[in-house]
Design a protein around this ligand. Sequence first.
Ligand code: HEM
Length: 368
Amino acid sequence: MKEKDAYSAVHYDNYLQLDKILDAQSPRSTELGKPAHDEMLFIVIHQVYELWFKEIIHNLSSIMVMFENDEVDEKNISIAVGRLKRIIEILKVLIDQITILETMTPLDFLDFRNYLLPASGFQSFQFRFVEVALGLKKPKRTTYGQKDYQEPFSKEQIEKLNALENSNSMLQLLEKWLERIPFLEFGDFNFLEKYQSSIDNMLKNDKEAVMKSKHIDEVQKNLRLRMLEESKKYYKNVFNEDNHQKLVDEGVLKLSYKATFAALFINLYRDEPILQLPYQLLSSFVEIDELLTGWRYRHAQMILRMLGKKMGTGGSVGYDYLKMTADKHHIFLDLSNISTLMIPRSELPKLPSDFEKILGFHFTNMNK
Ligand code: HEM
C-alpha cells in the first residue's frame, strides 16, 4: 500500500471485505434445484466456527512465539494470560452456538445431508491445527479405521501440519518453562523434601483420626485404613522420578517429573504475589482443555440427536467415535491432575522468610 493511500477513507464494506464474505454461501440444495431452507444455517455456522478458529490460531501462535525462547520475558506472561482468556471466551461461544444449530431438526437436516457427501468436519484444517499446536500429536490420536488424520488435506496443508508436529507444541513449551522455574530449591529449603514430610504428616493425622473415631464401625475403619495405605503407595510412586519417567514413556503422563512438581509448587503457593500470574497461566490451560473437551461432548451429543447411530458423512461411526475423542483427546490433563497432589493450606511447608520476600511484592525505599 502506498503511503498516501494508507490514510484514505476506509469504508465498513471494504475494510471487512463483505463482498467476499457475504457472497460465500452457496447451498448445494439450491444449486441442485431442491432448495432446503436450513442449509444456509448449516453453512453460516460452519463459517463462523472457522473464523473463530482463525482468531484462536492467531492468539495461540503469538503465545507460542513468546515461550520459544530459553528465557520468557516476564511481561509476556501477563500478555499470554490475557490472550488465553480470550481463547477461553471464544471456546465458550463455540459451545454455546451449538444450540442455534439444534434449531434445525433431524428431518430438516435430511433435506440436504446427502448432498454434502463426503464433506466432513474431518476436513477442517484449522481445527486440526489448533489440536496439534496445543499438543495433540499423531501418536496420541484416536483415529477411526486406522486412517491418518492428515488424509483429507492438500500437500501444502500436510506440510504445515507436519512442521507443527515436528516442532514444540504449547504443552511442550509450557513443560520447558516449568522445568526452568527456579523455586524448587532455595538455600537449605528443598521443596520436595518438605512437601514429602507434609504428606507423611497428613496421612499420619488421617490415620489417627480414623483409629480414634467413635462414629464408624470396625468394617468401615478397616476399609478406610486400607484406602489410606493405598494413598501412601500412590504418593510413594509419585515421588519416585524413575516411576514418573516410566509413566511418561508409556504415554500415561505427559509432563516431566520436574515440570509436574514446578506446577504443583505454583498451585500450592499461588497466593504469593510472584506466583499469581503463573497460576493464572496454568489455570487457563486447564480451562482450555476443559472447554475443548466440553465442545467435543456437546458436538457428540448434538450428533446423537441429529443422526442417532447413523454413520458420519466423513465415514466414521459418528457418535461413538466422537465420544471416544472427547474421552481421550485431553491435552493438559496432567495440570488438572495436580489437584490429586494438593494438600490443605494448613499443611503447606513454611517457606524461609528470605525466600518469601523474593516471592512477594518487595519495595526498598532507597532514600532511607
Ligand atoms: C448438523 C450438524 C453436524 C453434524 C451432523 C456433524 C457430524 C459430524 C460427524 C458424524 C463427525 C465425525 C466424522 C464423520 O464421520 O463425518 C464430525 C466430525 C467433526 N465435526 Fe461435525 N457435525 C456437525 C456440525 C459441526 C460444526 C458446526 C462444526 C464446527 C466446526 C463441526 C466440526 C467437526 C469437527 C472439527 C470434526 C472432527 C472431530 C474429530 O475428529 O475429533 N461439526 N461431525
